[in-house]
Design a protein around this ligand. Structure first.
Ligand code: XUL
Length: 539
C-alpha cells in the first residue's frame, strides 16, 4: 500500500488538492476547483461576495464547505486511491473568520452522508458571511485595540504584528460593535483553516500557531491566547475561541461522513490546518532558520524563517508561527510588478525582455540614482498616498529608470527586513519576474547572497500534504525530520543559481545608506496622516 497524504488549500478564489506519495516522493495528483466557475450559485466574483461598500470583502462559509464536497467527489471520480490516504491536512486564506452558534458542535459530530455538507450545516452559523483578508473596513477597531495594547511596538511584540484591518481580532471587534446580538449567539469562532479542519474531523478543530498569529489575539512568544488582546477586542471572547495547537497535530480519525461518502479509510487522520502563507513556507522547503524566499508577483513578498521570535517595532512586517517549528515572517510590498510595469510603460518598452536588456546596459548602483517607487499607496514603508520620488535620476533616462525601480525594490526589501536579524545563506526567487536573470542578478548583489529560482505549483497545498505526513509520523512516534520530509518535493530549477558579484555588493552596501536617507526625507516631508494611516490589506 502506498503512503499517500492529502493536502488541501482553500484560497481566496479556489480550493486545491495535492496528493503526495511519501515513498516515491512524488506528487501523484493535483486538482483545483475555481469557486466562481464550479459553484456559481454563490454569486462570488473572484471568490468574494459583491458589496456596495468597497472596503467590505466577505465570502460564504457554505461555499467553502460545498467546495470540500465537490473536490472529494472530483478526486473519487478521477480514481484517486482515497482509501489509501493516511492523513489529511490543509491551509486556508489567512485572517478570514467563521461564526458558529451552539448547534455547530452537534451538527459536526453527526454529519449525515446522505446529505451534503451544506445541508448538514443548516442553522449552525451565527453570522451568514465571513469577512476575509481583503476586507479593510476596520480602521477604527485597529486603532482602538492598538491603543489599549500600548501602541504599535507593544502590539507587534505581543501578537507578532501591529493591528491590521484584515486581521481577525479587529474584524471580531467590528462584529461585536455592529451586531452585538449575533456576537452573543456566537459559540465558536473559527478561521477558514480551522473551519474546514472541523468539517473533516467532525468536531470543532484547534487553530494552529501559524494562522493563529494572524489574529492579533495570540501571544506570539508563548503561543497561547493573550488575555489583554482578547479583552481589548470583545467581551467573553475566551469562551468563543478553540484551543491553539501545533500545525499538523492529529485531531483524530476523519469524520465517518467522508468514509461513507467518498471511501476514505476509517483510520485516516484529520490534522490541524494552517494558513496559506505558513503552508507555502513548507511547500517551498523553507524549514531551517535563515531560509528566505522572495516572491516577485503583483506585490513582492518576502518570506523568511527564524528560530527566535523577533518582531518589527515599526509594525510593518508580520511574524507567524512556522509549521516547521520556530517562526516565519511575511513582509508584503505592494508596489511589485505593477510598479515595474508602470516604468516599462512610461518608457514605451514593449516587453520584459526589452526592460531587462536596457537594465543590463547600466551599472550596479546606477551612479547613485534613487527612485522611491510608490506608484500605489505602499504598505512597507507605510505611505497612504501614492507618489514617485526621484533623487539624482533623470526621469527621461529609460535605462537608468529600469535599473532604479528594481534596485529600489530590492534595497527596500533589505532595509525593511533588517529587524529579522537573519542573514540568509541563499534566497529562493519565485513569481513572474523571477524568470528574468538580469533582475535576479540585482537581487543577488543587493542582498549579497546567492539566488536560485524555484517553481512549485500549488506550494500551499503541497505544504499542507507535507504537514499531513509530518502529523501522521509524529502520531506514529516516528520522530520525523522536516529536512528529510521535504527532500525531493521542492527543488530549485537546475542551472538557475546566480552568485553575487562582490564588487557590486559593496556598492549596494553604500547605496543602502543613501536609499534609507532618501526614504526618511520623503516620509518626513509627508503630512502625518499620509504617513501613518494604516495600509489596506496586503497582496
Ligand atoms: C497574509 C494575507 C494574504 C492571504 C491570502 O497576511 O493576508 O496573503 O493569506 O490568502
Amino acid at each position: 500500500m502506498a503512503k499517500l497524504f492529502l493536502g488541501l488549500d482553500s484560497s481566496t478564489q479556489s480550493l486545491s488538492a495535492v496528493v503526495i506519495d511519501l515513498d516515491t516522493r512524488k506528487v501523484v495528483c493535483e486538482k483545483s476547483l475555481n469557486f466562481d466557475k464550479a459553484l456559481p450559485q454563490y454569486k462570488t466574483q473572484n471568490g468574494v461576495l459583491p458589496n456596495r461598500n468597497p472596503l467590505v470583502k466577505h465570502s460564504s462559509p457554505l461555499l467553502w464547505a460545498d467546495a470540500l464536497d465537490a473536490i472529494f467527489a472530483a478526486l473519487k471520480k478521477d480514481g484517486v486511491a482515497l482509501s489509501e490516504i493516511l492523513a489529511i491536512s490543509g491551509s486556508g486564506q489567512q485572517h478570514g473568520s467563521v461564526y458558529l452558534n451552539e448547534k455547530a458542535a452537534n451538527a459536526l459530530a453527526s454529519l449525515d452522508p446522505k446529505k451534503s455538507l451544506v445541508e448538514n450545516l443548516a442553522g449552525v452559523f451565527a453570522r451568514k458571511t465571513s469577512p476575509i483578508w481583503m476586507d479593510s473596513s476596520t480602521a477604527a477597531e485597529c486603532a482602538e485595540i492598538r491603543k489599549k495594547l500600548g501602541g504599535i511596538k507593544f502590539t507587534a511584540s505581543r501578537t507578532g504584528s501591529d493591528t491590521f484591518e484584515r486581521f481577525t481580532g479587529p474584524q471580531i471587534r467590528k462584529f461585536y460593535k455592529t451586531e452585538p446580538k449575533a456576537y452573543d449567539k456566537t459559540a465558536s469562532i473559527a478561521l477558514v483553516s480551522s473551519f474546514l479542519a472541523s468539517l473533516l474531523a467532525g468536531k470543532i478543530a484547534p487553530i494552529d500557531h501559524g494562522d493563529g498569529a494572524g489574529m492579533n489575539l495570540m501571544d506570539i512568544r508563548r503561543k497561547n491566547w493573550n488575555h489583554d488582546a482578547l479583552k481589548a477586542t470583545a467581551p467573553g471572547l475566551v469562551k468563543k475561541l478553540p484551543p491553539l495547537a501545533e500545525s499538523g497535530h492529529v485531531i483524530g480519525p476523519v469524520s465517518p461522513y467522508f468514509v461513507n461518502k467518498y471511501g476514505l479509510n476509517p483510520e485516516a487522520l484529520a490534522t490541524v490546518w494552517t494558513g496559506d502563507n505558513p503552508a507555502s513556507v513548507l511547500g517551498l522547503g523553507l524549514i531551517k532558520p535563515g531560509q528566505v524566499a522572495i516572491s516577485l508577483g503583483t506585490s513582492d513578498t518576502f518570506f523568511g524563517t527564524m528560530e527566535k521570535c523577533q518582531t518589527d517595532e515599526n509594525g510593518e512586517g508580520h511574524v507567524f508561527g512556522s509549521p516547521a517549528g520556530g517562526y516565519m515572517t511575511l513582509i508584503c510590498f505592494k508596489n511589485g510588478s505593477l510598479a515595474r510595469e508602470k516604468v516599462r510603460e512610461l518608457h514605451g518598452l514593449k516587453d520584459w525582455a526589452a526592460f531587462g536588456k536596457l537594465l543590463a546596459t547600466t551599472k550596479p548602483g546606477n551612479d547613485g540614482a534613487i527612485l522611491l517607487p510608490w506608484f500605489e499607496a505602499e504598505i512597507v514603508p507605510r505611505v497612504n498616498q501614492p507618489g514617485v520620488h526621484r533623487f539624482d535620476l533623470d526621469e527621461k533616462n529609460a535605462a537608468a529608470n529600469c535599473r532604479a525601480i528594481f534596485e529600489a525594490q530590492m534595497l527596500s526589501m533589505r532595509l525593511h527586513s533588517q529587524w529579522m536579524q537573519v542573514a540568509p545563506e541563499q534566497i529562493l526567487a519565485t513569481g513572474g519576474a523571477a524568470n528574468d536573470r538580469a533582475l535576479l542578478q540585482v537581487l543577488a548583489d543587493v542582498m549579497n547572497c546567492r539566488v536560485l529560482r524555484i517553481e512549485v505549483s500549488k506550494s500551499a497545498a503541497l505544504g499542507a500534504a507535507l504537514q499531513a505526513a509530518h502529523g501522521w509520523l509524529v502520531a506514529a512516534d516516528k520522530n520525523p525530520k522536516w529536512e528529510k520530509l521535504v527532500a525531493g518535493f521542492c527543488n530549485p530549477v537546475p542551472g538557475s543559481e546566480i552568485r553575487p558579484d562582490k564588487k557590486a555588493a559593496k556598492i549596494y552596501d553604500k547605496l543602502l545608506e543613501k536609499y534609507a536617507a532618501c526614504e526618511g526625507s520623503a516620509l518626513a516631508d509627508m503630512a502625518p496622516d499620509v504617513r501613518q494611516q494604516l495600509p489596506h490589506a496586503a497582496r
